[in-house]
Ligand binder design. Structure first.
Ligand SMILES: C[S@@+](CC[C@H](N)C(=O)[O-])C[C@H]1O[C@@H](n2cnc3c(N)ncnc32)[C@H](O)[C@@H]1O
Length: 304
């Protein structure tokens, strides 16, 4: 089965993990297995988690040569505390959808090709069409505003509720009708923000991320590393704020005062600023442009 996903920030992720045999790394977003493969090649054991059966099948075939050093688990990374036995040496999350998910019209993620309005990364739960049909108009508008940072959310929600689209192209038409022509963005497609919002809601993406972040102290052993790649500001903000808190940095110190390192710090930061892709990587893989990698390491002598 072909599963063409170009892995982002590959070297940058692997370099964050200190070498050492028999350390288990959880790849919570296995996808095509790119990060897992590099970690296995570096000598780690890997548990790969994905909610998408197609990704699991493709990655399992790709990584079979590593034998029992690799294990695939179907599930959601928000449940990582239940899926994996603690402590582990690391957690990698490369958030968002894979290229095969985005590029397969039948999965319903893309406004550029017609397909059922599905958007589920896995094979369970409510589709985007069902979500639109179920939610009251006001809640749908709030969701589009919050997760898509879309200012025309009210008009879009009104059109979506009036038309109840079941295909991606029908949803695009509803969005077009809901945004005044003069307010259509010039650089991006008019449906980009709405599709992002629906996808986040259908897959409970922020909830999943919050759950995984709150599992970190119990999941990682001493010296364990969490490395998270996000692709939009809502995710990145959540990761940044949680990492700061875990590193004992006071987020809400009055302006002008230095950030204080508290004695309660459980983790240390491995990169003061988000790590981004090099120009060479972005030239080769435009998706890498918005990738932000943040990482922390659990300190020694910390009990969770
Ligand atoms: C960007 S791709 C990962 C690509 C992978 N790092 C690689 O190099 O091939 C994201 C993958 O994470 C999965 N995924 C996203 N959210 C998930 C969640 N909450 N639980 C489990 N898998 C998830 C998606 O199904 C998708 O296969």
């Amino acid at each position: 089965m072909s599963f063409a996903h170009q892995t982002v920030l590959l070297g940058e992720v692997v370099r964050l993990f200190s070498p050492g045999v028999d350390r288990v790394i959880v790849d919570g977003t296995l996808g095509g297995g790119g990060h897992s493969e590099a970690l296995l090649e570096a000598g780690f054991r890997v548990v790969g988690v994905d909610r998408d059966p197609q990704a699991l099948a493709a990655a399992t075939a790709r990584l079979s040569r590593f034998g029992e050093r690799f294990r695939a688990v179907k599930g959601e990374f928000g449940d990582v505390a239940r899926l994996v036995e603690a402590p582990v040496g690391g957690l990698v999350l490369d958030l968002g959808v894979s290229s095969p998910q985005l590029d397969t019209p039948a999965r319903g993620f893309s406004f550029q090709s017609d397909g059922p309005l599905d958007m589920r990364m896995g094979d369970e739960g409510e589709t985007a069409a069902e979500l639109i049909a179920r939610l009251p108009e006001g809640e749908l508008a709030d969701l589009i505003y919050l997760y898509g940072e879309e200012r025309a959310s009210r008009g879009i929600a009104r059109e979506l509720k009036a038309r109840l689209p079941t295909t991606t192209f029908a949803a695009v038409e509803a969005v077009k009708a809901g945004v005044p022509r003069r307010a259509w963005p010039k650089e991006t497609h008019v449906a980009t923000r709405t599709f992002q919002a629906l996808r986040i809601a259908v897959n409970r993406e922020l909830e999943q991320l919050e759950q995984a972040l709150s599992a970190l102290p119990g999941l990682l052993g001493e010296g364990g590393v969490a490395a998270i790649i996000s692709f939009h500001s809502l995710e990145d903000r959540l990761v940044k704020q949680t990492f700061r808190r875990l590193c004992g940095e006071v987020d809400d110190a009055p302006r002008g005062l230095p950030i204080v390192q508290q004695r309660t710090a459980q983790f240390e930061s491995l990169a003061r600023k988000a790590i981004v892709a090099t120009d060479a990587e972005v030239d080769q893989n435009p998706r890498a442009r918005s990738a932000r990698l943040r990482a922390i390491r659990k300190l020694s002598g910390v009990t969770s």
